[in-house]
Design a protein around this ligand. Structure first.
Ligand code: CTP
Ligand code: CA
Length: 226
């Protein structure tokens, strides 16, 4: 813990950030997950701390060091991520950068599922809670709520639809097609979408994207607008 808070535009603010994938168990040895590295979410948490915020980073399983000066809560499943986020409220702003698994198996087996000779098991999937939408529409909504939209086609149209559907103030949209190298890579090309329009940023490092995004959030908080 840092004893003397760094001065900065986010001093006295609490920022919640989600990062990484979630991992949904199928049985004790198998799970559903995705390729998220957590790099962008962790960089946002670090950038917010660097501007003086108190930061809670709720992270799925990633191979990254904890950012300096950030309180890290490690979770595995989407349901645990939602609980950890709700426990971290109130917050002045929240950035939902995690790649939450959309589905989990309806009932995970308590023993390893074995081959039976009668073909593969039928896995019944159910939808996970939407963490961003739950918090953005909840009673303790942070003043500034930022979502991500990871798309492989029609990036801006899908992202605009998400902005409206989820009730957030900003959407960071990016193309995560394998050939872009964004998932797992160190660079990102984003479109920042708000109700007032679309801003397309040049390709930047994930650290640069984090710094610029957090500066935007600080400006919105300072103006007292969402
Ligand atoms: N998100 C979330 N909880 C979920 C799913 C998504 O909090 N269960 C958040 C992500 O962290 C991201 C935003 O919602 O900030 C959009 O995630 P994305 O996967 O792009 O959108 P979905 O609504 O899941 O739609 P789809 O995957 O079908 O495109
Ligand atoms: Ca999704």
């Amino acid at each position: 813990a840092r004893l003397i808070p760094a001065p900065g535009p986010l001093k006295g603010r609490h920022i919640l950030v989600t990062s990484g994938p979630t991992r949904e168990p199928i049985d004790p040895v198998r799970y559903i997950a995705n390729h998220s590295s957590g790099k962008q979410g962790h960089a946002i948490a670090a950038a917010a701390a660097a501007l003086g915020a108190r930061v809670t980073l709720v992270s799925g399983p990633v191979r990254l060091p904890d950012p300096a000066g950030v309180e890290v809560v490690r979770v595995e499943t989407a349901r645990d991520m939602l609980k950890a986020c709700e426990a971290a409220l109130p917050a002045d702003a929240a950035v939902f950068a995690a790649a939450v698994a959309d589905w989990r198996v309806a009932r995970d087996a308590d023993h390893k599922i074995k081959k039976t000779g009668e073909g593969p098991p039928a896995l019944v999937l159910v939808e996970n809670p939407d963490i961003l939408a739950t918090i953005a529409r909840g009673p303790r909504r942070p003043a500034v709520v930022v979502g991500f939209a990871a798309e492989t086609c029609h990036v801006i149209d899908h992202a605009k639809a998400k902005l409206a559907r989820k009730g957030c103030d900003l959407i960071v949209a990016n193309d995560v097609s394998p050939e872009t190298g964004v998932m797992g890579g160190d660079r990102n090309r984003i479109h920042l979408i708000s109700t007032s329009g679309v801003e397309s940023w040049p390709e930047l490092s994930k650290d640069e994207v984090a710094t610029c995004l957090v500066a935007r959030i600080a400006k919105r908080l300072a103006r007292g607008e969402p």
